[in-house]
Design a protein around this ligand. Structure first.
Ligand code: AMP
Length: 189
């Protein structure tokens, strides 16, 4: 199977080419068609298998295929750590380059200016928000981020988030999302 067999938008294929990916990995071959069919899914995938691209590529495809207001948040990714949020955001920037989509990375434990920067980005908006649960919730409580247009929710390393005690925070975040959405859950175990 090649990436062209997956019916992805030409702007996504251009980014795949620029990143030098030749063939979809096994998880990508399974997950990308399921997401494009609009299905909810639970997948087991370790880091290093290409799982980030497995959810980012079809989401980017959908975001560019359906017209919507610029900077309305249409995808939310929740991940357990600051490092993982930064890695996902980095991959998103490469993959969404030709699609012209923007993202906000939201995490705690950084420098003092991070909070204000994240808040200003949220007020401006972006198509994709990638966040750790606790910091996401703190921003949501303050009311300047509208998640009512979210179509995709990704819980990455969901098992680890539960181990870290984030269950209540995640359930709380879900209460800000519309009921009609696609849910994608990834766990290492
Ligand atoms: P991940 O499992 O998402 O942490 O990805 C591991 C690494 O594999 C990342 O550096 C990706 O850029 C890279 N990668 C993802 N998909 C592919 C692919 N189809 N071909 C080559 N490298 C890939």
């Amino acid at each position: 199977m090649t990436f062209s067999d997956l019916n992805l938008d030409s702007r996504v294929l251009e980014a795949i080419d620029a990143m030098g990916y030749e063939y979809p990995t096994s998880i990508q071959q399974h997950v990308i068609p399921a997401i494009l069919q609009g299905r909810d899914l639970i997948a087991t995938a370790q880091t290093g298998t290409g799982k980030t691209a497995a959810f980012l590529l079809p989401i980017i495809h959908e975001l560019v295929s359906v017209s919507a207001e610029d900077f309305a948040v249409r995808a939310l990714i929740i991940a357990p750590t600051r490092e993982l949020v930064q890695q996902i955001d980095q991959q998103f920037n490469g993959m969404a380059y030709f699609a012209g989509l923007s993202s906000i990375a939201v995490y705690g434990g950084g420098e003092g200016g991070d909070w204000e920067r994240q808040k200003m980005s949220m007020i401006r908006g972006a198509e994709m928000v990638i966040a750790t649960p606790g910091r996401m919730l703190s921003h949501l409580h303050l009311g300047y981020l509208d998640l009512s247009k979210v179509r995709f929710l990704v819980l990455d390393e969901a098992d680890r988030m539960l181990d870290m005690g984030f269950h209540e925070d995640i359930m709380n975040i879900l209460s800000y999302l519309p009921a009609k959405r696609q849910n994608l859950m990834f766990s290492a175990t």
